[in-house]
Design a protein around this ligand. Sequence first.
Ligand code: SF4
Length: 346
Amino acid sequence: MIHSNISIFVPHLGCPHACSFCNQRIISGKTEIPHGEDVTRLLSEQTERITDSERRKNTEIAFFGGSFTAIDREYRRELLSAAFPFTETGGGCFKGIRFSTRPDCIDGEILEEAKGFGVTAIELGAQSMSDRVLEMNERGHSAEDVRLASAMIREFGFELGLQMMVGLYGSTETDEYHTMTEIIKLRPDTARIYPVSVLRGTKLAELYKSGEYVLYPFEKAVNICGVIYCAFTSAGIRVIRMGLHAEDGVEDNAVAGFYHPSFGEIVRSDIVKNVILKYYMSEKKDSFPIEICANSRLIGAVYGHKKSNRIYFEEKGIPVEISIDNNLKDNEISINKEVQNVFKIT
Ligand code: SF4
């Protein structure tokens, strides 16, 4: 059963920072501040709407948008108190509560409070594990803060999520893979990979305008995210998101960067393309056209976003024949009848 969230945005409240990339009011797409009664209303509606018991068990109430544990304690408790009766531990039907926050806004008291309110998962905005990159992007915390907070979250028995960004100011490809490796060492349950979007009104936008911040080409960002996606999933980490959400108002406010509504699909297509290319370049190719099969859920990634892979192979003169084989698993393609895993399913 697929996991789902009921998202409640808490825009930019209480966060004492202004990270280079963040304009939280734009990211959340909202400026209104939710109160306890709004949370109760929303969750009552969702309880009526989601009737399937299995689906309810896999649904979490998610406070996203700002740094949840940095907001005023009374206000935070107002939101948690409103959500708690809808969680399984509070006698309700949903799995629990998840929230995202900064690594330096976690301590024992906050984690005790979270336990008491039926919180099940905590996500940390790690963004980078290079102190130099963190400093250049004015994050105000260190890589060590991420390690310490992650260890505490795990000790308290919460599901741990880590978020990383690709293409930050000052970040090289080596830094991206260093962050990837360090995140794997922390053994999070889930990860989000966010390629940078340069939003109007942020420091990144100024640096970009002045020419001081130069972004990777889009294809390179896709490629790096693909490598990270495969490494995370191989390590048993569930990648729950690649790229910002479409509804986040980013489209209208991004002045540059890697925002694309189908970013995850583009990355998965790129991974599949590279597997096919590797086969083509290897000694194994013995017959043409290369016959590629995938099940109906993965076949789109074989064709590529807007048929990009098909077009690529045509332009390179690589003859391919693509067809559906629903005997294959969601992460498998067969190339000339040889089944290959394109990534791991977690
Ligand atoms: S800590 Fe989070 S909410 Fe605060 S400025 Fe940075 S990215 Fe935005």
